[in-house]
Write a protein that binds this ligand. Structure first.
Ligand code: SAM
Ligand code: SF4
Length: 363
């Protein structure tokens, strides 16, 4: 995919950096973007919406947040559950099929089941899921499932308690493991996904233990390559442990076979050759999947982002609050999606980090 289109900006938006809005010829668009399914100027149909419901968190993972936390959004800056519901309905009406709640840590916000109850009945949502650090799952999992939650991803970077306490700055591995066990009681959540950020000189020694967890438990363990989204800007390419390296480590003991997946997938999926479980690799840095990216994001303060690495956002909170109609908001969304970035540019000269860190965007 190359971006050789005319350099004309729209809506007065001047392209900023490579990660600025895609440059398109609005006078001569290849299709009519104002109608039909939501798609960008590269022809990617947008199906997957991540909704951050808070920027706060009870952990302080080294690769995400500083020890002292960040300046939190004020309550009135957050979208209310009613505002989120209205926006999700608009998105689903124009083609979004998968909705994932995230944060910050989504479960630190009050009464998340009440939000799930509002979203679950929306016609057209094929998957309603949550990404969490798992700390509060033991007490909340039942209510979340009863409210209509369909899928869950639990982040856990190491199965070793001391290392967990170091990387998250919280000695909370027992709570997270208890949360995962709680999830097992609800078969409708299967497959439970466990996500680990893969970092060089940290993750290698846990690889076989994680593989054994994936073999022993009904968990799909997936490694996510460390990305330049940490609030302190400490990311270094040298710290990225690639999915290929992890796969090779697993295969020293457990042979893997690829699982072909016809759906657009960000994760490369592998089964253990003896059929004992599944693992996955999200190789966003070493093997970018931007060409098939179908994701968009809504921050907790109602800013709409078309790429994790965007350096621009579209304000949806103001139109929500100034009496704009659903049709006007839909037009704003379509216009922003049309300008979705071609790719994340992490591996290109001149790459600049995203305008906010992971917990502020919604991972
Ligand atoms: N607090 C929840 C959690 O940790 O699952 C949800 C939000 S968190 C920002 C979402 C995901 O982003 C987590 O799996 C986390 O490990 C991942 N993440 C955070 N910072 C990252 C980074 N710099 N590179 C790669 N993944 C990152
Ligand atoms: Fe919190 Fe998740 Fe960021 Fe860790 S990765 S600090 S749990 S938001």
């Amino acid at each position: 995919m190359t971006d050789n289109r005319d350099a004309i900006s729209i809506d007065g938006l001047i392209p900023l950096t490579p990660q600025g809005p895609a440059q398109i010829d609005v006078a001569n668009p290849p299709i009519d973007w104002s109608d039909g399914v939501l798609q960008d100027s590269f022809g990617r149909a947008i199906k997957n919406l991540r909704v951050s419901i808070t920027d706060r968190c009870n952990f302080r993972c080294h690769y995400c947040m500083p020890e002292e936390g960040l300046v939190w959004l004020k309550r009135e800056e957050l979208l209310s559950y009613e505002e989120i519901e209205r926006l999700v309905k608009i998105f689903v009406n124009i083609g979004v099929e998968e909705v994932r709640l995230t944060g910050g840590e989504p479960l630190v916000r009050r009464d998340v089941p009440a939000l799930i109850e509002k979203l679950a009945p929306i016609k057209g949502i094929k998957s309603l899921s949550l990404t969490t650090n798992g700390f509060s799952l033991k007490s909340l999992c039942g209510d979340l499932v009863a409210a209509g939650l369909q899928r869950i991803n639990v982040s856990m970077d190491t199965p070793v308690r001391e290392k967990f306490a170091h990387i998250t700055r919280r000695d909370a591995l027992p709570e997270v493991l208890a949360g995962l066990e709680e999830c097992e009681k609800y078969p409708s959540l299967a497959p439970i996904k466990v996500n680990a950020v893969a970092m060089r000189d940290f993750s290698e020694e846990d690889v076989l233990a994680f593989a054994e967890l994936a073999r022993r438990k009904p968990y799909v363990v997936r490694w996510i390559e460390f990305m330049p989204l940490d609030a302190e800007g400490k990311w270094d390419r040298e710290d990225v442990l690639t999915g290929a390296e992890i796969r090779a480590l697993i295969e020293t003991k457990y042979p893997l076979v690829p699982i072909s997946d016809s759906r657009i997938a960000t994760a490369q999926r592998f089964a253990f050759a003896d059929g004992a479980g599944e693992v996955g690799f999200i190789n966003a840095v070493s093997e970018p999947f931007c060409e098939t990216c179908d994701r968009i994001r809504l921050t907790a303060d109602g800013q709409f982002r078309t790429c994790l690495f965007s350096r621009w956002e579209t304000d949806l909170r103001s139109p929500l609050r100034d009496g704009s109609s659903d049709e006007e908001i839909e037009h704003t969304i379509r216009s922003a999606v049309w300008r979705k970035e071609m790719k994340h540019y992490i591996n290109d000269p001149g790459f600049q980090p995203a305008s906010r860190s992971m917990s502020q965007i919604g991972g």
